[in-house]
Design a protein around this ligand. Structure first.
Ligand code: COI
Length: 361
């Protein structure tokens, strides 16, 4: 569908916008516009609008409010040195939203429509893409069920897809300083056959208690273990995990395989692709907490970091559980930083883009 365009009569004044962009924090401020597109079984996707950012009216019986039929995605728009604005691998986000949609009995959205929605919003709000190094405009596409029905015998038939945008600085206030992590043995994030690999709000709702427990134990982030044996490492916070074995020319990368309970991250995939090009072999596998601890204590494991769109990378410095504790390091490691630099360089256009990942708006 074509987008019906209504521009806001009350944009944030330029001076106020500049003040926000100088120190945006993360996920606190939103741009002047948003996109909404409606779906019903009869008409498919229709009523695409670029419109002023603002509240959405929902019937109190809307299914999303009761049964959490919801999906979301996250990606960023970057301002490159020559002034052009780009996003990174947006079709990968579109494809992932559609995989999530199949798991959550929600409609797939044509990938071109998903990307067109991003383009519409970024074009109209292009002044909201920060110029400062490392800052970006975080884009949040999401979809939710609006059918007015409390029955659960049938999934909803009506949905809204929307995109909002939020200028973003550093996800973690302390930048890329290594964090302390808590191994969660009381809570799990996902089990086989569940929704762990779908990017659906409920997975994040279910994570808050585990995150709170990590904080109560003096740690900054929670590490999720498998739901059966509570020993196989899956994710950290809302990020995928990467382990560096060895150093220098011997360094290699290991990340937990996508067993169905892990989120298939775009940053994860990008690092698995880029690492071998930098001479760092990369593999997907399995790692237990015993192997993690022994690897760190013997010096075989030299760096560990979480990776995701929001934080890019977040090194892990210390690991704690009820019955154990060990240390990895107090500074980000060279392999972590090298991978981060390469990825960020592609996104900001300061390095070649051999895989055509950058998408000009
Ligand atoms: C990420 O980008 O790493 C995320 O998982 C998004 C987060 C804010 C939920």
């Amino acid at each position: 569908p074509d987008f019906d365009v209504t521009l806001t009569e009350q944009p944030v004044p330029a001076a106020e916008r500049e003040r926000i962009l100088a120190d945006p924090g993360w996920g606190r401020s939103f741009t002047d516009h948003m996109v909404t597109i409606q779906y019903d079984a009869e008409r498919g996707w229709h009523d695409a609008r670029l419109r002023p950012y603002g509240p959405i009216t929902l019937d109190p019986a809307s299914q999303v409010l009761h049964y959490a039929q919801e999906l979301f995605e996250g990606l960023k728009a970057y301002r490159q040195d020559d002034g052009s604005i780009v996003t990174f691998r947006p079709y990968m986000n579109a494809a992932r939203m559609n995989r999530s949609a199949r798991r959550m009995a929600m409609p797939e959205i044509p990938e071109d429509l998903f990307v067109a929605a991003l383009e519409q919003l970024v074009r109209v709000d292009r002044d909201w893409v920060p110029t400062a190094e490392g800052y970006s405009l975080y884009l949040r596409p999401f979809m939710f069920a609006t059918t007015r029905a409390l029955g659960v015998n049938q999934p909803a038939q009506e949905f809204t897809f929307a995109v909002i945008a939020s200028p973003s600085g550093l996800y973690y206030r302390n930048g890329i300083k290594p964090v302390s992590v808590w191994l969660s043995q009381d809570y799990t994030r996902a089990a086989a056959g569940g929704t762990g690999e779908a990017k659906t709000g409920g997975n994040y709702a279910a994570s808050f208690a585990g995150q709170a427990q990590a904080v109560a134990n003096g740690c900054e982030q929670v590490v999720w273990l498998d739901a059966v044996e509570h020993r196989w490492v899956e994710e950290v916070g809302s990020m995928n995990l990467m382990f560096v074995y060895g150093s220098g020319a011997q360094a290699r990368l290991l990340t937990p395989a996508l067993t169905g309970t892990l989120l298939p991250g775009v940053t994860r995939d990008s690092m698995l692709t880029l690492a071998p090009d930098l001479g760092i072999p990369a593999e997907e596998g399995k790692i237990s907490i015993e192997e993690w601890q022994a690897g760190c204590e013997s010096g075989q494991i030299t760096e560990v970091f979480g990776c995701g769109t929001a934080a890019i990378i977040s090194p892990v410095g210390t690991v704690k559980a009820a019955d154990r504790e060990w240390t990895i390091g107090t500074e980000p490691g060279p392999v972590s930083m090298r991978l981060r630099e390469e990825l960020v360089g592609i996104q900001y256009g300061t390095r070649p883009d051999p895989y055509g990942w950058v998408h000009k708006i």
